[in-house]
Design a protein around this ligand. Structure first.
Ligand code: PGA
Length: 258
C-alpha cells in the first residue's frame, strides 16, 4: 500500500509571520487519523522556524532545492546534511521552475538526487513536459529522458528504503489553472511506473509514490487521487490557502490508497 503523499510547495511566497501562521493553521486543523502524509515546503529562510513549530506534529518538513556537495566554498548553496540537521525529510529535485527559469539540467539534477538519497533524505524527482512538447507528441520522450538521467546510479536499495518519490508536473499545468485531466495524468504516471519497474523491478517499483502536480485544487484532488498510479499531490498555489490545502488533504480521505 502506498500512503498518499500531499506536499505544499510554498515557492518564493510568504514572509516569516505568514509562514508560521499557515503552518500553525494547517497543524491545528489536521485530524489525528490523517489519511495522508503531509509535507510543508517553505522557502529556505523560514524552514527552520516552520520545522520547529511542526516538530511534534504529523506534518513533515520539505525543502524546495539543495546543492549536491557535502560542504565547502559554495557561496549561497545549502547541503543535504544542513537540511537533515534541521529536520527536513523531503527535498524537491528538478522542479520545473528550476529547470526552466534557473536552467538546471539533468546531469546536475542527478547529482542532487544522489546527494539527497545518500544523506538518507527522500529525493522528490520532478519531471514533466512543456506545452510545445506535449503538442508535438514528445511527452513520453521528455519524461523518459528526465527519469533516466535523474535516476542514473540511484541504487535499488535506496529506492527500496523509500528514498525516492517521483513528481509528474506537466509544465503547462503549473500555476495556469489548466490541470491535466485524471486520464492524461494517469497515462503518464503509468508510463513512469513502467519505467521504474524496468529499472528497479516490480516489487520495489510498486512501492514508489508518484505525485501529480499542476493546478491541483480541493475540487479536483479526489478524481486525480482515484487514478491507480497517482499516489499523492504536489500543490503550489492552493497550498498557500489553508482551507484549500486542508480540502485537498480531506479529499485523500475519500479515496482508498493504492
Ligand atoms: P501549482 O504549482 O499548484 O500552483 O500549479 C505546483 C508546483 O509547481 O509544484
Amino acid at each position: 500500500m502506498r500512503k498518499f503523499l500531499i506536499s505544499g510547495n510554498w515557492k518564493m511566497q510568504l514572509d516569516r509571520a505568514e509562514s508560521l501562521e499557515l503552518a500553525a493553521l494547517t497543524m491545528a486543523k489536521l485530524k489525528d487519523n490523517c489519511p495522508a502524509e503531509v509535507v510543508l515546503m517553505p522557502t529556505f529562510v523560514h524552514l527552520d522556524a516552520v520545522g520547529q513549530l511542526i516538530r511534534n506534529s504529523q506534518l513533515k518538513l520539505g525543502a524546495q532545492n539543495v546543492y549536491f556537495e557535502k560542504k565547502g566554498a559554495f557561496t549561497g548553496e545549502i547541503s543535504p546534511a544542513m537540511l537533515d540537521d534541521i529536520g527536513v525529510k523531503y527535498v524537491l529535485v528538478g522542479h520545473s521552475e528550476r529547470r526552466h527559469i534557473i536552467g538546471e539540467e539533468d546531469e546536475l539534477l542527478n547529482k542532487k538526487a544522489i546527494a539527497v538519497i545518500t544523506e538518507g533524505l527522500v529525493a522528490v524527482l520532478c519531471v514533466g513536459e512543456t506545452l510545445d512538447q506535449r503538442q508535438s507528441y514528445r511527452t513520453v520522450e521528455i519524461v523518459g529522458r528526465q527519469l533516466d538521467a535523474g535516476l542514473a546510479h540511484v541504487s535499488s536499495e535506496a529506492v527500496d528504503q523509500g528514498l525516492l518519490v517521483v513528481a509528474y508536473e506537466p509544465v503547462w499545468a503549473i500555476g495556469t489553472g489548466h490541470t491535466a485531466t485524471p486520464q492524461q495524468a494517469q497515462e503518464v504516471h503509468k508510463y513512469i511506473r513502467d519505467k521504474l519497474v524496468g529499472r528497479f523491478g516490480e516489487p520495489i517499483a510498486s512501492r514508489v509514490r508518484i505525485q501529480y502536480g499542476g493546478s491541483v485544487k480541493k475540487n479536483n484532488a479526489g478524481e486525480l487521487l482515484a487514478q491507480p498510479d497517482i499516489d499523492g499531490l504536489l500543490v503550489g498555489g492552493a497550498s498557500l490557502i489553508a482551507d484549500e490545502f486542508l480540502g485537498i488533504i480531506q479529499a485523500a480521505a475519500q479515496v482508498p490508497s493504492h
